[in-house]
Ligand binder design. Sequence first.
Ligand SMILES: [Zn+2]
Length: 356
Amino acid sequence: MPKLVHTPSPTPLWSSLPSHPIALEALNQAIQDFLEAPEHQDLSSHEIAACVRCMASSVKDLLATPLPGLDDLEGRTLPNDLPPVVDGHIHLFPDRIFEALWRWFEQYGWPIRYPLHSPQVIEFLLSRGVQHLVALHYSHKPGLAVMMNRYMAALSEAEPRLTCVATVLPGEPDAAQILAQGFAMGLRGVKLHCHVQCFSPDDPSLQEIYEVCVQHDQPLVMHAGREPKSPAYACDPHEICGVERIERVLQDHPKLRLCVPHLGVDEFAEYTTLLEKYDGLWLDTTMVLADYFPVMPPLDVLFQRPDRIIYGTDFPNIPYAWDREIRNILTMKFPPEMLEALLHKNATHFYQLPTF
Ligand SMILES: [Zn+2]
């Protein structure tokens, strides 16, 4: 078996790899299998290094089994000396839907560290120094969206530091009207989730949704990355998602402002290319910069279009400290303008929030 230590590569082999124990465990297994394969016995250390780096970004089926929670320390407030922080991706739901979602996560995803209902979520983050919140939700059955949109509209009306988006189930009766009504209630944009709502971004049922967003100049957030794939979903995310489908949407709707969360996990390189080609595309960092999953995006995705990356956390549905992701971002030592763009300017532009 080739030994990496015999001929060290010029750049440190492990520097770009994830440091979390879960990440390392999965990665070490992948590397072990790779090194032991007979066809890899004659590779040079440089060739091995290249393969190991690409493995770090390609561990698939993130939720094949539930992941553990982390007992990491949390800050009382955001770290000092930060520019204003907008969390561009939190979740709020009516109590019973939230509780059902947490049960799903506990069984198939990860333990929920902060099982807080909507008012407590808002209070928790604002009292710790986050200046503005963008709350997303999604309906998974026809007929629920109107009730859920009313719920979100009431929350955002009561708290000026909270912006909420609408939901609709693609293909449900009156989908376009439900959305237009949500926008009229003060909701800003819409969130869709391919895995949960079981649709492909380029499905014909989506066209009316794209059109209504463009007509009303409202943004769309769509979980269109293929991961985290779970056997518990009714659809196979690797079948229904894929960067080429998003490219078709961007081509067909050049005026649409579209954000793909989680930096497009797991097609990071492909989404990096798409960012360069399409002005209508944004990505958010949610959870993938927290050093939790056994997959770490190549950081060039953040530098390709620094004006198109939005900071978000997925709070409260996370298995680790509420400020883990932002503390991890701070270790990356971005230039001040880039940090400002990431932490509030890009979200402000995308969601047309009040400026800070
Ligand atoms: Zn989310």
